[in-house]
Design a protein. Structure first.
Ligand code: UT7
Length: 331
């Protein structure tokens, strides 16, 4: 069996808290509207540090938790859809900050599904014998893309990072990944280029006409209802496909879902017949931190002593793309 083992977990959550009342100060909204519809009470915002600092801190914490030297990491995979730079990859910046000088580095962007994608790639690489110790860092600074004049999207998102150090093991690991590019316009953030290429034709008009008004072009744009509808079925299907031929859904001990909206999580797990006691959520205090949701939740659970050897864990998520995926592993 070519599986993986988690050697350590870590996270970093910035200090500044924007609770629902803070949003009422800047927008026509309220805790009475936000909480019942999303399950969110507050989110954290990185007011003074870039995304890669958060990622590096989470990475250091994961290495400390595993009592592992940064120099023994041979691959760093960073999942982020909110990088500080187009290039270099954020994994290279994190490599420098943590001193993992023997690691190869690359980034993954499947938006909120990024942690599951990274875990899947790490598993393949370990199984192929290409790498021995893979550090996955999921670090997201949504506040640098969110439009704080849009009350339907800004209230959902926060900033934070989670990290997991994995190695090869004999324990089972199964995963399933999918994407529906046809639906990409349900959630996107156009890249911000100050292009001054003298030979351009009407490319700027193309973007402007296609992707909202010019001032919205570099913000997160979302059709909340479309994403919601997609998410419920996508999460349920991802779990069904990940366990297929290996486990019955009732055998899963703990499901750690992407924390986008509590109602989405409840509906998807209800469809799967998974009781709420087996589903971990932290959305109330974290909001949606995209691909960082799952590793942060895992770190919280580990610190609380709730990850017990022999457990079957299921990670499931969805995100811009639209992408979706699930992974099941025994710890
Ligand atoms: O990682 C993936 C991230 N994305 C998601 O998971 C998004 C999934 N979608 C959702 O969670 C929900 O669609 C939202 C919570 C974002 C929005 O809920 P909704 O029921 O789909 O609201 P809506 O956008 O259709 O708006 C319904 C009404 C509108 O008012 P009118 O036009 O009916 O008068 C909105 O202006 O609710 C209003 N509204 C708000 N009112 C107060 C939307 N957002 C707010 C708000 N406060 N924050």
């Amino acid at each position: 069996m070519n599986g993986i083992e988690i050697l350590g977990t870590g996270s970093y959550v910035p200090e500044f808290v924007a609770d629902n009342d803070k949003f009422s100060e800047i927008l026509d909204t309220s805790d009475e509207w936000i909480f019942p519809r999303t399950g969110i009470k507050q989110r954290h915002i990185a007011t003074d540090i870039p995304n890669y600092y958060m990622g590096a801190q989470a990475a250091k914490n994961a290495l400390e938790n595993a009592r592992f030297s940064a120099e023994d990491v041979d691959l760093i995979i960073v999942s982020t859809c909110t990088p500080d730079f187009f290039y270099p990859a954020m994994s290279c910046l994190i490599q420098k900050l943590i001193g993992a000088k023997n690691a190869a580095c690359f980034d993954v962007n499947s938006a909120c599904t990024g942690f599951i994608t990274s875990l899947d790639i790490a598993h393949s690489s370990l199984a192929a014998g290409k790498h021995k110790n893979v550090l996955i860092v999921s670090s997201e600074k949504l506040s640098q893309q969110v439009d704080y004049t849009d009350r339907a999207s800004s209230i959902l998102f926060g900033d934070a990072a989670g990290a997991v150090l994995v190695t090869k093991s004999d324990k089972p690991f199964y995963s399933y990944m999918g994407a529906e590019g046809d639906e990409f316009e349900a959630l996107y953030c156009k890249a911000n280029y100050n292009a001054n290429c003298p030979w351009y034709g009407n490319i700027n008009e193309f973007y402007k006409n296609r992707f909202d008004t010019p001032q919205k072009q570099n913000y997160l744009v979302q059709d909340g209802k479309a994403v919601y509808k997609f998410a419920v079925n996508a999460m349920a299907n991802a779990v069904k496909n990940a366990v297929k031929g290996h486990y019955d859904i009732s055998e899963l001990d703990l499901v750690i879902p992407h924390q986008a909206n509590l109602r989405i999580i409840e509906k998807a797990t209800e469809l799967l017949g998974i009781p709420s006691e087996k589903v971990y959520t932290n959305i109330e205090h974290m909001g949606n931190v995209s691909s960082a949701c799952i590793p942060i939740a895992l770190d919280e659970l580990k610190k609380a002593g709730r990850i017990v050897p022999g457990m079957k864990l299921c990670f499931v998520g969805f995100g811009a793309g639209l992408t979706y995926g699930a992974a099941v592993m025994e710890v």
